[in-house]
Design a protein around this ligand. Structure first.
Ligand code: ARG
Ligand code: ZN
Length: 897
């Protein structure tokens, strides 16, 4: 396999960027599609870039068979340099010339799912970041933008639908039962946005008229038989088009916009111009097969890919170091989209909490581990390894801070400026920040721009330490904010960041206090935003009759760790009263975390009941609260994850963390038993299924109640609630309720679980995405005496398991290695051995998926013995292989460094 290499790998550095030596103005591609041997004719018009010294043309290629090269219609000399096709003697001067390259490739043998591949008999492409070179020789870099004309030829029976970017200009019959379609993309694009699809597909179609009166055709293509699962994706697409026009004045610039779903896909989805290709997981949904979470994910991924049409496609990245230019911005946009679709403010807050939870459980560990990198990385070996939570989610937080600094309207003005300047260009993160600042010349962002941009250049999560001192003689409260940031690989010293800190003050009864700084004349009620720029600054609030309870970093106004020595009483006040929903939730998390850490760090045997009465009563009050939303209650009642708890410790004993969190959960289950009964009864009936935030929240809380009641039954031995849960599992009118009931039985380890699992499999054996859930639930189940790893091995020899299908592989292997720490970290090291076997096996045919899995042991240095030593051995075992992809090599090398 050519992707597996031996020997040294090359590091690509941001500072080495140079403009391309040639431009490609037009590309005419013709495909004769055949799974075994596809013929690709690539006719390009190129010209030298007059701004750089004359040099040879070096075209990227990978796994291609080269048949012919013609320059201006005549044969020419060329040579190979590694994977590059080098042409030295090209016409001189700046006149355009024609280059014709004829190659073949074997899509059915393409197991890495990059370039042109076959999934269930249908051709698909994936070109970002560097997959186009697996289709033809090309300048495979995002700053080379060309106009594409694409002709597809294929057997008409097997491949009735032929799609590519842009507009269909011609189609017709050919000899031997073949047919063709010709597509012209009216927009120039980098090659990573190229796509083709050919196969037997059906489409849900919708014609829409935009605000400005133009007509568009929206299409969602799926396999025949999946049509009944396309309504939600289509609705999400319609909503996306309307939102981008309403909020940012950005219209759809194509007559036709297509989404196609494939079940074999390395990631979520891809924003190819006018022809988005999606993992089926983010398209297919109906109430019988998809959960509320699936519905919400589909909405946000459909939005995300659609929003890329402007932020990514119209304005793209100069080089891959700028990836967050499009990804951070587009994640920010999809987050805002989902929030704006919420009718109730409380639902917006729930979305914000969920987004922050992802950031803190996945990105903070990345920022503290061996793969830590700035939002705009400085170097990489394999760019695919940098499609990370840092580039995406932290990148989105950086954009969000810009919005905080310039205001919502100022942000819209900055976007306008950005497109006015850069439409049709390939640009940098600096260009975006500059547009934002220039559109808001009087803003803090403009004033602090060079310092603000440290968010792009410095890795690591800043810590914000806050200390408050109340002085009764002056009736003042001095709040000192101090920032620091630990070293990360390659960056030993960090300069101070610009940190927007939203603050409110509460009195002891939880009422909002007016905020008045010493030099202000007028007090202001509610939240005030301060901008910390120094290493340390003190804010002195005056006119306070008593020590206030500070509510700091409201709405999670910056991606930092906040250290403040809250008393339990303070936290209970915030949990009961803070008007900021984020900090209200956060107060509960802090209380739970505190109790967890205390139990984990206690000497000797684990306390059976880690929770105290104050905490339990506070949780009861939230659960029974007459005014709070069910969705918010479910978030508050969810204990911090094992991963999040572990991040707070210097040395982690994963078994102890697991045992403590389980004990806390069981205590909450038992102590609030009657409240869980009430919660279940009060929220169980939701009428006809609708995936809106309110009913989603009710189902989430009902599901949680069932899990708690089954856990409590485990202790009491009572058959009542497990029986009711099984009944609910059988009667459920939608997948959310059905799966939650199944999950309650599995999580509580009840004997009824195995019957229910068998029944579930029987019911959904033809629904691949539902089977993924079935696999994932078992691989992610709480470990009881080491029983999960053997179960995982059995699942992998199940007839429905298929390692080659990324969704299925993830549902078992990732659910176990990355999402089930209590089961994965075994004293006998069998989990690690399993991990290294899987990484190696996957790497042989799909390096991208393998490299993701390789990251499961990122935090090995934090582990207590014997885990630390055996984890290291497992990583070293992978690293010792001579045949490894660049992808996995980079991850394990950095991990051991
Ligand atoms: N641009 C795509 C998205 O964010 C993801 C592409 C991921 N590509 C990769 N090689 N990992 O929607
Ligand atoms: Zn994206």
């Amino acid at each position: 396999m050519s992707s597996l290499r031996e020997g040294p790998t090359t590091v690509v550095r941001r500072e080495d960027y140079t403009a391309p030596a040639y431009w490609i103005d037009t590309v005419e591609l013709s495909f004769d599609l055949d799974p075994a041997k596809t013929r690709v004719l690539n006719k390009m018009r190129l010209r030298r870039n007059a701004d750089v010294p004359a040099q040879a043309l070096r075209l990227d290629g990978e796994d291609l068979n080269l048949a012919r090269v013609l320059v201006n219609g005549a044969g020419c000399s060329f040579r190979m340099d590694g994977n590059q096709l080098v042409l030295e003697s090209l016409p001189e001067g700046s006149e355009p010339f024609e280059l014709e390259i004829f190659t073949t490739c074997a899509p059915e043998k393409n197991t890495q799912l990059m370039g042109l591949y076959v999934s269930q008999g249908t051709f698909f492409t994936q070109c970002e970041a560097e997959g186009f070179r697996r289709i033809t020789y090309f300048l495979d870099r995002p700053d080379v933008m060309a106009s594409y004309t694409v002709t597809l030829r294929a057997d008409k029976k097997k491949y009735p639908v032929l799609l590519s970017n842009g507009n269909l200009v011609e189609e017709g019959e050919l000899a031997d039962g073949r047919h063709f379609a010709k597509w012209v993309d009216p927009h120039k694009k980098p090659c990573y946005l190229f796509a083709l699809v050919a196969g037997e597909l059906v489409a849900r179609e919708q014609r829409i008229v935009s605000r400005s009166g133009t007509e568009h055709l929206l299409q969602v293509f799926v396999r025949p038989g999946d049509m009944d699962k396309t309504e939600h994706a289509m609705n999400s697409l319609i909503a996306s088009v309307a939102w981008d026009e309403a909020r940012f004045g950005l219209p759809l610039d194509l007559e036709r916009f297509m989404i196609v779903a494939t079940s074999d896909f390395n990631m979520g989805a891809m924003e190819n111009k006018g022809l988005n290709i999606f993992n089926t997981k983010y398209v297919l949904a109906n109430s019988a097969t998809a959960t509320d979470t699936d519905f919400a994910n589909i909405e946000s991924v459909v939005g995300h890919e659609y929003f890329h049409n402007w932020t990514g496609n119209r304005v793209t990245c100069r080089d891959w170091f700028q990836l967050s230019l499009k990804e951070g911005l587009t994640v920010f946009r999809d987050q805002e989209f989902s929030m704006d679709l919420c009718a109730e403010p409380s639902a917006r807050a729930v979305k914000r909490i969920e987004d922050v939870r992802v950031l803190r459980t996945a990105q903070f560990p990345e920022d503290a581990g061996p793969m830590a990198h700035p939002v705009r990385p400085d170097s990489y070996v394999e760019i695919n390894n940098f499609y990370t939570v840092t580039v995406y989610e932290k990148g989105a937080e950086v954009v969000r801070m810009m919005q905080t600094l310039v205001g919502r309207e100022g942000f819209a003005a900055g976007m306008k400026q950005y497109f006015a300047r850069h439409d049709g260009q390939a640009v940098t993160c600096d260009d975006f920040a500059q547009s934002m600042a220039d559109a808001n010349p009087a803003s803090d962002l403009a004033r602090l721009l060079p310092q603000f941009k440290r968010w792009y250049s410095q890795a690591g999560t800043p810590r914000l330490k806050a200390q408050g001192v109340y002085d009764s003689s002056t009736r003042s409260y001095a709040l000192t904010l101090t920032q620091s940031c630990a070293p990360t690989p390659g960056q030993s010293v960090k300069e101070p960041f610009v940190i927007p800190v939203a603050i409110g003050l509460l009195d002891a009864q939880g009422g909002e206090l007016p905020l008045q700084l010493a030099h202000w004349n007028q007090p202001e009620a509610g939240t005030r935003s301060f901008v910390l720029t120094q290493e340390s600054e003190t804010l002195t609030f005056v006119n306070l009759d008593a020590e206030p309870v500070p509510s700091i970093l409201r709405g999670f106004s910056a991606p930092v760790v906040l250290d403040f020595d809250y008393s339990d009483a303070h936290l209970l006040t915030l949990l009961a009263h803070d008007v900021d929903p984020f900090n209200r939730w956060e107060a509960g998390q802090r209380l739970a975390l505190r109790l967890a850490l205390k139990a984990i760090q206690s000497e000797g045997a684990l306390p059976a009941e880690p929770l105290d009465m104050a905490f339990i009563e506070a949780m009861r009050a939230v659960l029974r609260h007459p005014a709070l939303d069910a969705a918010f209650k479910e978030l508050v009642l969810t204990l911090p994850s094992e991963t999040y708890i572990s991040e707070q410790l210097d040395v982690v004993d994963p078994q102890r963390v697991h045992a403590v969190r389980e004990a806390m959960r069981e205590q909450l289950a038992q102590a609030l038993h009657d409240d869980w009964v009430w919660a279940f009864e009060a929220h169980r009936d939701n009428g006809a299924y609708r995936p809106d935030p309110l009913s989603t929240g009710r189902r989430a809380l009902t599901g949680m109640a069932l899990t708690m009641l089954c856990l409590a039954a485990r202790a009491s031995g009572s058959p009542v609630w497990p029986g009711k849960t099984l009944q609910r599992f059988k009667d459920a009118g939608n997948m959310t309720d059905r799966f939650n009931a199944l999950s309650a039985l599995v999580v509580s380890g009840h004997p009824l679980a195995s019957d229910a699992l068998a029944r579930f499999h029987q019911l959904f054996r033809n629904e691949a995405l539902v089977l993924d859930k079935w696999f994932a639930l078992q691989a992610g189940a709480p470990d009881r005496g080491g029983d999960v790893l053997p179960a995982v091995r059995r699942l992998m020899s199940h007839a429905d398991f298929n390692l080659k299908n990324p969704n299925r592989a993830r549902s078992v292997i990732f659910s176990y290695c990355s999402a089930n720490p209590g089961a994965f970290h075994r004293a006998d090291a069998a989990g690690y051995q399993f991990w290294s076997d899987c990484v190696i096996e996957l790497d042989a045919f799909n390096p991208q998926v393998a490299a993701r899995l390789a990251r499961a042991l990122d935090r090995w240095k934090k582990l207590a013995e014997p885990y630390r030593a055996t984890a290291r051995e497992a990583i070293a075992r992978v690293a010792a292989r001579t045949q490894l992809s660049n992808d996995v090599r980079e991850v394990v090398t950095r991990s051991l460094a």
